[in-house]
Write a protein that binds this ligand. Structure first.
Ligand SMILES: Cc1cc2nc3c(=O)[nH]c(=O)nc-3n(C[C@H](O)[C@H](O)[C@H](O)COP(=O)(O)OP(=O)(O)OC[C@H]3O[C@@H](n4cnc5c(N)ncnc54)[C@H](O)[C@@H]3O)c2cc1C
Length: 392
């Protein structure tokens, strides 16, 4: 069959793009190497609970148009992300706010909290300057940066261990720019995000993506369990022109949402990622394991960074519960590439791949992996809508 577009990747980017092109009357074939659609936002219903298989996903945005768009494909609940941090036997509200400060120091007013933070931060700055014999303070690593912003208590209990687990390195070995600022709120407000709109699609993200992929007049075809590199006729590392599949489908253009460096056979180098490992446990005899959807573990000795209890994203009241422990992991070839490492070295390599991609105007690159960007879901939708609007 003759398709206008081959979309590689049935994640959020691919699904929005396919939907928009179908709306313009184009025919689209969407393939994904996984056995399901929705990419990393895939949710799987078990025991009546929508399990976020590739990590907790909370939709939040200040982009009204994107919010209205996504509400056309799912009804969102009023979930507000309010994680809790566990440090030894102490529990703290996140993000850092008056509830956190009040628990930590017994203070009641913003002025009292600010005074303690400033006092602790200044003491650290003075200590570091003295130790280095320097007149001015210039943080040399993440530890110095965090201590100078938040003081010793917050750093030791809530930043240090968590950050070291996330990056697999000591804070003294991490660059200071990773933490430009530590957002603090001097009000009693545990809402983690600052965005105007927030929620979880009732019934899970998979249903939302399925609705996007339904298209108009059946002009979107979806095939899962199909890897691009086995599906398309290749000419070395690149698709042979004209674009054809091994079973004689043909395509006008390709949107690729997999890894851009893999697409070009890593000829300009390998882009780096951070990965994650998830350990999910079904607890049919426990109705409420931790009383909150997201609980962070900030001690370095506990190997996971957080435990997700999925039912709380949708205020589940049924019997049993499902929890997932999230372990940060180094990435190597073959692992899931979850987080692009947007440092200078990788960004400049990505820029070279972008230059190279300009030689292939009929191949578009989109999404977290195709554009090597730390996109949230709303940004993915915005980018996919913008790309689709430029297609004729
Ligand atoms: C742990 C975690 C938590 C997150 N939490 C949030 C959150 O709370 N809120 C938020 O807004 N965002 C969150 N995000 C970001 C969100 O997951 C992404 O913005 C979004 O899923 C990216 O969509 P995508 O389509 O670009 O990529 P993906 O979802 O990765 O889709 C790409 C698809 O391409 C397929 N593919 C790749 N290569 C090939 C190939 N060779 N052949 C065929 N198919 C291929 C893959 O199988 C995949 O399905 C989180 C991300 C992670 C990793």
């Amino acid at each position: 069959m003759n398709y206008d577009y081959l979309v590689v990747g049935a994640g959020l980017f691919g699904a929005v793009f396919a939907h928009e092109m179908a709306k313009k009357g184009k025919s689209v074939l969407v393939i994904d190497k996984r056995e399901h659609v929705a990419g990393n936002i895939y949710t799987e219903n078990r025991m009546g609970i929508n399990v976020h298989k590739y990590g907790a996903h909370i939709f939040h945005t200040s982009d009204k148009e994107v919010w209205e768009y996504v509400n056309r494909f799912a009804e969102f609940n009023n979930y507000i992300n309010s994680p809790v941090a566990v440090y030894k036997d102490e529990l703290y509200n996140l993000p850092f706010n008056m509830n956190t400060f009040s628990k930590m120091w017994g203070v009641k007013t913003p002025a009292e909290a600010k005074e303690i933070i400033e006092k602790q931060a200044n003491a650290e700055i003075d200590r570091i300057k003295k130790e280095k014999g320097a007149d001015t303070f210039e943080p040399e690593n993440l530890e110095e940066q965090a201590l100078s912003l938040a003081g010793r208590d917050i750093y030791e209990k809530l930043v240090k261990g968590y950050t070291e687990k996330q990056w697999g390195r000591d804070c003294t070995e991490l660059p200071s720019f990773i933490i430009k600022r530590l957002p603090m709120r001097f009000i009693y407000d545990n809402n983690y995000f600052n965005d105007r709109f927030q929620g979880i699609p009732m019934g899970g993200y998979t249903a939302l993506v399925e609705k996007l992929l339904t298209g108009k007049d059946g002009n979107i075809t979806v095939k899962t369990g199909v890897d691009y590199y086995d599906f398309v006729k290749m000419n070395g590392n690149l698709p042979a022109q004209p674009f054809e599949s091994v079973n004689a489908d043909s395509f006008g253009k390709i949107l690729f949402t997999g890894m851009i460096d893999e697409f070009f056979g890593y000829k300009l180098g390998t882009l780096e990622y951070r990965s994650l490992r998830f350990e999910t446990e079904d607890l049919p005899d426990v109705d409420n394991y931790q009383g909150n959807a997201v609980v962070n573990y900030t001690e370095r000795d506990i190997p996971y960074t957080r435990i997700i209890e999925h039912k709380h994203f949708e205020y589940g009241q049924g019997k049993g519960t499902i929890i997932t422990r999230e372990y940060p992991a180094n990435w190597k070839h073959g692992d899931e590439p979850y987080y692009p490492m947007n440092d200078e070295k990788n960004n400049s390599m990505y820029a070279k791949y972008t230059e190279l991609s300009k030689e292939y105007p009929d191949i578009l690159f989109g999404g977290r992996l195709g554009q090597y960007k730390y996109y949230n879901m709303d940004q993915v939708i915005r980018a996919a809508l913008d790309m689709a609007s430029k297609q004729n």
